[in-house]
Design a protein around this ligand. Sequence first.
Ligand code: NAP
Ligand code: G4F
Length: 354
Amino acid sequence: MNKKALIFGISGQDGSYLAELLLEKGYEVTGVTRRVSVSTTERINHILPQITIAEGDITDGFSVNKLISEYEPDEVYNLAAQSHVGTSFKQPSLTWDITAGGVLNILEAIRYSPRKDDIRFYQASSSEMFGKNYDEVENKKYQDENTEFIPQSPYAIAKLAAHHLVRNYREGYGIHGSCGILFNHESERRGENFVTRKITKWIGEFAAWSEGAEFGGAAIILPEHMDLVRIYGRPLNKPEFPKLRLGNLDAKRDWGHAEDYVNAMWLMLQQETPDDYVVATGETYSVRDFLDIAFARVGIDDWSNLVVIDPKFYRPAEVDHLLGIPIKAEEELGWKRKVSFKDLVHRMVDSDLA
Ligand code: NAP
Ligand code: G4F
């Protein structure tokens, strides 16, 4: 009989890749989506005929209970969250209810399920939980499973509460729950308000607007306060384009491709013993580095006059440096990332150009 998977957060970036992976492996996949006024299935429309969509919201314990008893999953993946760190400073209470409280609802549903011992649970923990902390060897700053958590945002604090809840239910009630401490992972399907996609989407739109113009010196840069780009040769009726507005360009992240990371989620649930794993590339780059590679892909070597620093995008507390060491995942799960940082950026730019 085919294994059954229940995915909370199937409409998100990771949910869509995970659903594809599980279908390839022959699973019966049910995905939970919440009722909203517009469709949120854009990332999964292409697989809709092969999956079941169920309505639910992880903040509603009754609906979570019902889903777990009705669909009788072998594996439950919780990818649902208010996942934007910046937004968590603006909507901390909502973030807490979804990102921490929602996980408690799922754990309780599993704990009281008659099938408790047959269910394996994956929780999407985050490298944001490390916050401003890192270990250091020979001037290399890094994080791994032994690094202490000092979270820096309501999002990260909610994720850390959920992380400890999973450990607590694992130790206290014997639930087969594993947490993937995943470092940043992006893709062509990344939400448009995360920095990587915001950059590549802007480049795609800018390239379409300026089609036919020569880059590399051809852009006339207006004074900073005008925040517009003007290009020689553009028709006078549409001569300007808004600059790309960003916050902190010095933050460093360990960026991988989501396609590689969903494989690690699945591998965790294939282990006899549940555990927590760091999933990362072992390399770190700044937002500035991302900009360099992304703009170079369209032939622009100097992007400094196309980007405006807007304090609106600074966070009250920042995470400056993330670099994960995935040795445990590589050795125990046999996981290995395939997509390099440069290929990730190129794939995202190419997709937005297309
Ligand atoms: P995402 O694209 O923002 O997707 C989040 C998903 O959660 C969406 O499907 C969203 O549904 C759903 N959701 C939000 N609130 C919900 C609620 N109350 N009830 C049910 N579903 C709800 O995030 P992602 O990048 O795929 O990340 C997946 C998970 O991994 C998240 O938990 C995130 O915090 C965590 N994570 C991500 C990264 C990363 O770099 N991507 C790294 C570490 C951890 P709607 O479509 O209705 O909004
Ligand atoms: O793309 P970001 O918003 O991702 P962030 O904050 O690292 O969080 C992502 O990764 C986490 C894993 O570490 C996940 F848990 C979380 O769910 C999410 O997927 O910001 C990356 C960096 C930050 O330092 C931010 O301050 O980019 C900086 N940044 C600079 N300008 C910006 C912008 N971030 C955003 N979103 N928008 C900007 O304009």
